[in-house]
Design a protein around this ligand. Sequence first.
Ligand code: CTP
Length: 410
Amino acid sequence: MTILTSELEKHFTMELVSLLRAAGDLAWARGWNLYLVGGAVRDLFLARPNLDLDLVLEGDAIALARKLAENRGGEVVAHPRFGTAKFRQQRISLDLATARSESYARPGALPVVSPGTIGEDLLRRDFSVNALAVHLDPIHFGALLDPYGGRDDLERGLIRVLHEKSFSDDPTRILRALRYEQRLGFHLEQNTEQLMRRDAAVMDEVSGERLWHELELILKEECPERVLSRADELGVLQNIHPSLRGNGWVRNRFEQARKAAKPSPALYLALLAYRLSEEENEDLLARLRIRGEIAKVMCQTIKLKQVASDLTTPRLAPSAIYHLVQRYSPESILATALASDSRLVRQRLKLYLTELRHIRPALSGDDLQSMGISPGKKLGQVLCALLDARLDGKVQTREQEEDLARRLLG
Ligand code: CTP
């Protein structure tokens, strides 16, 4: 039997190990077994930091979380519908769940859940490397539970499903597999890859929300383009939208995006969808059920792509650049500045983002009123002319603006 006590003590803080022991003791006193499971155990072997700890209990998870908070301090948010609880104590966060088994009524549907043993709970999981558990009870504390060869797969660098129907039960695992593969520098095990190719079409059955959730997780990875390129290679990306490509163009643009800023998922998605038509983009948004701010960035980017040809006009005044793009959000302008194939367009959009958009005239509407201009259309026109003059470097001081305003008023 593999005992991981010293690994736990090396990997986690003393406080956290002591809390895990306390939780294991409290569970044991009630006749329940408690385990550390999933990603935290995987990352323990890989020596990668992971602050999201999942605990599984053969017993009442909410009751245990409350007892732990009572004894050791901390806060609990319970979700009675799911039999789960989040325990928080300063920087520590533990997700507690009751061990369960799952069955799927049809491919892509949400599972039907019932209480189960730790063995059943590990069997319902996605990949062998995530189906590891560590005993936390006082008798077996630190003992590894590895019924599906997860540790061997960690050593061999393999992502392997636990059974034939894993991808068809839950097609979001197709994207998860590629995310782990690229994050950890692993490979899909041969049979897993075949099953993925076989079941990729079942992704059509998954709801847009779930699909977007997985795609968003990919876009939050350190190098999402690697996952997208692999998804393209395996024909998986095309199951999200037939026109999506994760090739060299995307790789290059994502890398540029990281050099420019810390890209948000919205920015990455706008780059991924940049080469789609307006209609294809609408289809993609509908498929992923994306609304709100992210949809706005995507739609504006596609629109801006269409007007970007106006930005290639030679000798365009800064004020003209300003008025061409000013109605678009900074994120969609950044996406276009990164994605456009024209160097001139890229330069002009960057000029807008870094300088032009911050420029304001020194004189305000109130200043103009105190110069005798009454509120109305004329005042608006003068303000606009002052801004243009500032943008084009024709005025630099407040006095010059006052002169210009007087001249404009004749
Ligand atoms: N899981 C699963 N199938 C899914 C989602 C999750 O089997 N579709 C299981 C896996 O065992 C996973 C655990 O639930 O380890 C927790 O899920 P999640 O928090 O998404 O993954 P982590 O392994 O913690 O990985 P990450 O580092 O990406 O957060």
